[in-house]
Design a protein around this ligand. Structure first.
Ligand SMILES: Nc1nc2c(ncn2[C@@H]2O[C@H](COP(=O)(O)OP(=O)(O)O)[C@@H](O)[C@H]2O)c(=O)[nH]1
Ligand SMILES: [Mg+2]
Length: 186
């Protein structure tokens, strides 16, 4: 089974770093910043005793200049990872935009995961309290370098729960955009 997972969040939050780690795409550390233009799609497998899935991970640009293509990212997505850096006040402010654009219409909140991605390993890693709507979305704290394997385990659990859901109802997708479009067409 193929699962489309989109990863979105503020610029420089660490999305590409996490995508590379999860897909084992590059060696670490790799500290140069290359902003992701539009989207980069990475394919890899998750296989464990519960799940056997091909992951299509969409490492999306969170630049609000690319907002016009965000609906394309969401199209037929099975899951959403919202990555932000809690150490960056601007990231926190942007979270509501991403919630409204990507998560608020989701039928299944469990198919969304907020990743609070810290960069400073010495900092206190207690994530800030998020607003009311965001606080209903499952959330993990992660750092690729410090507890990368915990991040991988959480990611695989997230994939397993989506896998079960999708298997239950063939063709079920996270967002309702497809349905709305069909209803709108003559
Ligand atoms: N020190 C440190 N730097 C990081 C970490 N994660 C990402 N970075 C750096 O932060 C910048 C932005 O990361 P990137 O993954 O490209 O963010 P994106 O814009 O969300 O895709 C890059 O220069 C990374 O090398 C981390 O855990 N620790
Ligand atoms: Mg990126």
């Amino acid at each position: 089974m193929k699962l489309k997972i989109i990863m979105i969040g503020p610029c420089q939050a660490g999305k590409t770093t996490i995508a590379n780690f999860l897909s084992e795409a590059v060696e670490y550390p790799n500290e140069d910043y290359h902003p992701t233009k539009g989207v980069r799609i990475i394919e890899f497998k998750v296989k464990n005793s519960f799940t056997e899935a091909e992951i299509e991970l969409w490492d999306c640009s969170g630049n609000q200049k690319d907002e016009n293509v965000w609906s394309v990212f969401l199209w037929k997505a099975h899951g959403i990872l919202l990555v932000y850096n809690p150490e960056d006040a601007d990231n926190l402010q942007e979270l509501d935009v991403f919630y409204n654009q990507f998560i608020s219409d989701c039928m299944i909140l469990n198919n969304c995961l907020i990743v609070a991605h810290y960069k400073d390993l010495k900092a206190n890693h207690t994530p800030p309290e998020l607003g009311e709507s965001l606080s209903n979305v499952p959330c993990i704290t992660a750092n690729v370098f410090e507890n990368g394997e915990d991040l991988r385990t959480s990611f695989e659990q997230f994939i397993s729960s989506i896998f079960v859901d999708v298997k239950d109802v063939e063709g079920k997708h996270l967002n309702v955009s497809e349905q709305v479009n069909e209803e709108e067409s003559p």
